[in-house]
Write a protein that binds this ligand. Sequence first.
Ligand code: HEC
Length: 101
Amino acid sequence: MKKTLIALALSAAAVAPAMADQALAQSKNCMACHAVDKKLVGPAFKEVAAKYAGQKDAADKLATKVIKGGSGVWGPVPMPANAQVNEADAKKLVAWILAQK
Ligand code: HEC
């Protein structure tokens, strides 16, 4: 029984990497200000993905901005620094954000 549960959990993780990254975004508090497909305090992640589509250096720039915060791109409201996010997680989150369409 236990083995079956573990196998189920593993296969669910394999088919749902996108959901794993959404869970990461939730655990890092991103979803307090962002949603995938509508503007909350910050821009919808789909809009972010559309804006930076095809820009090679976007992922690095955005990962830095996620950690340090920043303003002036989407409107008057700044994004505060997210000091609870390390560089590896910031890159993972940005890759997930840029894959939204
Ligand atoms: C307190 C609210 C808040 C939280 C929490 C927050 N954001 Fe933001 N985010 C914003 C706002 C506001 C902007 C728009 C900033 C601007 O116009 O430059 C933004 C912009 C962004 C952008 C686009 C930046 C750009 O230059 O185009 C990304 C990517 C992003 N956020 C990811 C994240 C991630 C990942 C997290 C979680 C670690 C997060 N945000 C947490 C409010 C927030």
